[in-house]
Ligand binder design. Structure first.
Ligand code: ASP
Length: 668
């Protein structure tokens, strides 16, 4: 029988008065999980042998004969069995009478996590024995027949949330891990969000869902691509980093509103929170400008936003790239809290502190500070030492704490050097309160902003670890970052330029003339969408003029244009003006669900080294299998397959630029 989505996935902890069931039993499903209400009901029981899901039965079903299928979650004293499916848990009474001996035998002997089918009647629990904390807690099933559909061998770990297991073990037995209520919630919510996105794009706004190839060729610039050998000697396909070229070609082809839930591939090695294959909500439109794309995305996210979360307010705020760097030291600011970077140059124009004087004489020299609220109360001198060391190790930049309204001034040499008027000016400008501490950095502008931006985030984590409420986990702060530069100095060779986004991004209309004279000064029509300090999307208005595109590729970026001749040619055949964006679906769902890692919102993710710990991919191939590809393997001899213990740390992301000793320190 159909029932509404809103009922789906109502797992609750069960700690009420128990007569015959164990108190910890349902503590294994502690989260209260509710998916958003749909417009229409879904029928979870069509086409299958069950009549109902385990989680849907209520007192309103009393007296009904039902057939349920599920996994044995728990059994107590050969009297009760708790059956589980994606939808919830139900108590089944194991019959004790002689005539039902065979049913009793099946239900008592089947190991935990075996899959069984039971048929019986929905009955009330005896008075006083209901469990109000369990959605099905008023009723139970009086079994008539039972069938063991498949027994379960001894499990590598119990399917209970409170059982701790390493992530490597979860990955090795991912199909078991997927049975957990959390993974069920994450993937079902993801599916529901995608469904709403499709609805919004296709049904409400006339977009066309078009698949593009995953066997493609190498694209200049951008991320490293995965290579696929072909049977033609020396020729290779590449897996696309994104459908970028194809979506632009679709515009030329007259599909003026395209979208795709697109799989993308980037061979970027071991980066934390990245996956070698990931999913984008990829969008392109013709005859659109930047604000059109932004409005579309705001509408899309608002429409598909889960109804159990705080509704989104649109339009999202916007900030230029330059502002973001100046105030937050990053192009993806976490705007859920303050602690912004403040320029304090004016306070030190006439300073007698020598190193500050020297910095201000430099052309890019600047003095900036952030204010750590309650820093003197929550951080210890050891923490400040770690902060200073961190800034030196990672940014080669000195950072000095300043204690202005605290008794900690003795710990900071710079505080002692400050003149009274400098101190009061700092207090005024930075709105310093009792127990606040400033972190001051003086040096080259970009470096100073980056180090303070990073320390801002680290100190926020630290304050939160010490019990300060800085960021509300229920809040979602979206932010557009706009007016990126079109080009940046090339990594590894700063005399050359590379695209800040990708080479198809159009220059800002008011800077187009600079493209041919001072390309490094050109701003672009590129926009990023940031959520709670993570980049979740990016896009741009594209160059649709073949000549301008060729100039950018050939003259500015020094790329081999032959590789893109198909695109250049297409632009010459009446390409419409167009633009688009791609949202990173994995990261978006990860942030919405509050999952600790994007791996928790992907059914079969790779480890951070790009391995599938379940199937052991990538794996060796026999020489016969390799032969058709005309390639020779130069690697050292084949080593033994690693077992799961030797890859145990694979899923753990490298700790990039973190202050572990700070985060773990106890309360002062
Ligand atoms: N293809 C771009 C990316 O993957 C997004 C876009 O420009 O639409 O970042």
């Amino acid at each position: 029988m159909p029932f509404p989505w809103r009922l789906c996935l109502m797992y609750r902890s069960w700690s009420g008065p128990l007569r015959r069931t164990a108190p910890l039993l349902l503590g294994s499903l502690p989260r209260h999980l509710t998916l958003s209400a749909p417009q229409r009901s879904s029928d979870f029981n069509s086409f299958v042998v069950r009549t109902n899901t385990c989680g849907e039965l209520r007192s309103s079903h009393l007296g009904q004969d039902v057939t349920l299928c599920g996994w044995i979650q728990y059994r107590r004293q050969s009297l009760f069995l708790i059956l589980r499916d994606f939808h919830g848990l139900i108590q089944v009474v194991i019959p004790q009478d002689e005539s039902a001996a065979s049913v009793k035998k099946i239900l008592c002997e089947a190991p935990i996590e075996s899959v069984v089918q039971v048929t019986g009647t929905v009955i009330s629990r005896p008075p006083g024995q209901e469990n109000p904390k369990m959605p099905t807690g008023e009723i139970e099933i009086k079994v008539k027949t039972a069938e063991l559909l498949n027994p379960c061998k001894k499990l590598p770990f119990e399917i209970k949330n409170f059982i701790k297991k390493t992530e490597a073990l979860r990955m090795k037995y991912r199909y078991l891990d997927l049975r957990s209520s959390q993974m069920q919630y994450n993937l079902r919510l993801r599916s529901q969000i995608v469904m709403k996105m499709r609805e919004y794009l296709c049904n409400l706004h006339g977009f066309v869902d078009i698949e593009t190839p995953t066997l493609f060729k190498k694209t200049p610039g951008g991320a490293k691509e995965f290579v696929v050998p072909s049977r033609e000697p020396g020729k290779f396909y590449s897996l696309p980093q994104s459908p970028q070229q194809f979506k632009q070609l679709l515009m030329v082809g007259g599909f003026d509103r395209y979208f795709q839930i697109a799989r993308c591939y980037r061979d970027e090695g071991s980066k934390p929170e990245r996956q070698p294959e990931f999913t984008q909500v990829d969008i392109e439109m013709s005859f659109v400008d930047q604000s059109g794309i932004q409005k579309l995305i705001e509408g899309l996210l608002q429409y598909s936003w889960p109804t159990d979360k705080t509704p989104l307010t649109i339009p999202f705020p916007s900030m230029t790239y330059t502002e973001a760097l100046n105030l937050y030291g990053t192009d993806k600011p976490d705007t859920r809290f303050g602690m912004k970077i403040v320029d304090v140059n004016d306070i030190f124009r006439n300073t007698e502190i020598e190193f500050l004087q020297d910095v201000l004489k430099e052309p890019q020299g600047t003095i900036k500070a952030i204010c750590i609220p309650g820093g003197a109360k929550y951080l210890r001198s050891k923490d400040f030492e770690t902060i200073k060391q961190f800034a030196i190790n990672h940014f080669n930049q000195e950072v000095s704490p300043i204690f202005l309204k605290t008794s900690g001034s003795g710990k900071s040499p710079l505080t002692k050097l400050l003149k009274e008027e400098e101190k009061s000016a700092l207090i005024r400008l930075m709105k310093v309160q009792e127990e606040d501490v400033l972190l001051l950095a003086a040096g080259e502008h970009k470096k100073v902003c980056s180090v303070l931006g990073k320390l801002r985030l680290e100190c926020a984590d630290l304050l939160e670890a010490r019990g300060v409420d800085l960021r509300d986990p229920a809040l979602f702060h979206f932010l557009w970052v706009v007016e990126f530069p079109l080009f940046l100095p090339k990594e590894g060779d700063s005399t050359e330029l590379e695209s800040a986004h990708h080479p198809f991004t159009a220059p800002h209309p008011s800077d187009s003339h600079l493209l041919y004279t001072e390309p490094e000064k050109v701003r672009s029509q590129h926009y990023d969408l940031v959520l709670n300090g993570s980049e979740i999307g990016g896009g741009s208005i594209r160059i649709h003029n073949a000549e301008q595109q060729q100039y950018v590729l050939e003259t500015v970026l020094k790329e081999d244009v032959k590789m893109l001749s198909h695109l250049l040619q297409a632009l010459d055949f009446g390409a419409p003006p167009h633009g688009g964006i791609a949202l990173g679906l994995d990261r978006l769902v990860c942030l919405i669900t509050g999952a600790p890692s994007i791996r928790d919102v992907i059914a079969f993710p790779k480890s951070f080294r790009g391995h599938d710990l379940m199937s052991n991919a990538p794996d060796y191939m026999s020489s016969e299998d390799i032969e058709p590809y005309h390639i020779q393997i130069k690697s050292p001899g084949v080593t033994d397959r690693k077992d799961v213990n030797s890859v145990i740390c694979e899923t753990e992301s490298p700790q990039e630029l973190v202050l572990p000793s700070l985060a773990k320190a106890e309360n002062p």
